[in-house]
Write a protein that binds this ligand. Structure first.
Ligand SMILES: [Fe+2]
Ligand SMILES: [Fe+2]
Length: 256
């Protein structure tokens, strides 16, 4: 069986992105039509760029053109909702309330459901003795600081949203590594990669010290976020990032 993997489509990045994504998704659909062995599509997060309304737009494009199961995890950009003037302006969020993370999650559930797209945090996906187990992941870097904090609601359940997302990612990471499914081939899917190039994300699941937890339990590990094409093997686990960049989406087809 083959899998088609893509990532970081960043729908809405600028006024060219929609046309580029539409052409790109059509190209993937042609690949799928050509090869009946391609049974599943996986999208490893950052489907949207900086506004919530961009997410349903790209989900609909995918569903309209792709006729096989589509599995996704969310990236950091999929939680953003910026308004004019938000970009790079530290502290501006104080005057501009953003939707709560929980209301965003609820809305996403509806959008995933409406477009028949499987968000892997809502359950594993199994086909032909192959299981896909996924979590959105999160990273919280203070050194250097990321700009995520200013593009989301600042607090969730009384703590900083970045911290809340880190705890949540830890919980989901534990669910993934202790999953007992005994399918023959196990595929882990997330957005933030715990690779050495991201060493600065301390003490959470995107840190390389957690990488072995995945590589010793999974046959494949599909990732996104870095916009770097990756295809390497560590401890018999193949780690793949399709490597899309802004307005330069990429896909990879691989056989399992
Ligand atoms: Fe990205
Ligand atoms: Fe990202």
């Amino acid at each position: 069986m083959k899998i088609i993997l893509t990532t970081d489509l960043h729908e809405g990045f600028d006024n060219k992105t929609n046309r580029i994504n539409s052409k790109f998704i059509t190209k993937m659909s042609e690949e799928i039509k050509k090869d009946a062995d391609i049974k599943v599509m996986v999208v490893t997060g950052d489907l949207a760029s900086h506004k919530q309304r961009q997410l349903p737009r790209v989900l609909k494009m995918l569903r309209t053109k792709i006729n096989i199961p589509i599995l996704v995890v969310r990236g950091n950009h999929d939680l953003w909702d910026t308004q004019k003037g938000d970009f790079g302006q530290k502290g501006q969020w104080l005057n501009k309330p953003k939707p709560s993370i929980k209301s965003i999650y609820k809305q996403h559930e509806q959008w995933f459901h409406d477009n028949d797209i499987r968000h892997l945090e809502s359950g594993n996906f199994e086909i032909n003795d192959i299981v896909f187990i996924g979590w959105d992941g999160w990273y919280h870097s203070l050194n250097p600081p990321t700009n995520d904090e200013f593009r989301m609601t600042p607090y969730t359940e009384g703590i900083r949203t970045t911290e809340w997302l880190t705890y949540r990612a830890e919980r989901e990471f534990n669910r993934v590594i202790f999953d007992q499914t005994d399918a023959k081939i196990r595929i882990a899917v997330t957005h933030h990669s715990p690779l050495p190039s991201e060493w600065q994300y301390k003490d959470h699941a995107a840190n390389p010290k957690f990488l072995q937890q995945i590589t010793c339990r999974f046959n494949y590990f599909l990732i996104g976020h870095t916009h770097q094409e990756t295809d390497m093997i560590i401890d018999d686990c193949r780690i793949i990032n399709a490597g899309s960049d802004y307005n330069a989406p990429k896909y990879k087809i691989f056989e399992v």
